[in-house]
Write a protein that binds this ligand. Structure first.
Ligand SMILES: [Zn+2]
Length: 92
């Protein structure tokens, strides 16, 4: 293998960068985050106001026109996107 001038002792610039990056990663894992300031009750609660559950999205099945959840297999006919029959539904 050919090395550029100055990198003749087995440690290429790229490998050195990789090792340095790995060391930084390990350091981050060992030490973890260290918050500089305390987050107040108000600030934390304000942030958490965006953590909320969304209502279930309902659409009509193109096969049987029954209401079903979006991007899911229809529970009444077992079809997905009018093409593939995924589920075998019992009909009485
Ligand atoms: Zn259906």
């Amino acid at each position: 293998m050919l090395y550029k001038k100055g990198y003749t002792w087995g440690l290429t610039y790229k490998r050195f960068a990789v090792i340095l990056f790995q060391l930084i990663l390990i350091g981050g894992l060992v030490m973890g985050a260290c918050p500089k300031n305390r987050v107040s009750k108000l600030r934390g609660r304000k942030r958490r106001t965006h953590y909320k559950a969304r209502p279930v999205e309902l659409t009509k099945c193109p096969q049987c026109l029954e209401t079903k959840r979006a991007h899911r297999v229809c529970q009444s006919c077992g079809y997905y996107d009018k093409k593939v029959k995924v589920l075998e539904v019992e009909t009485e």
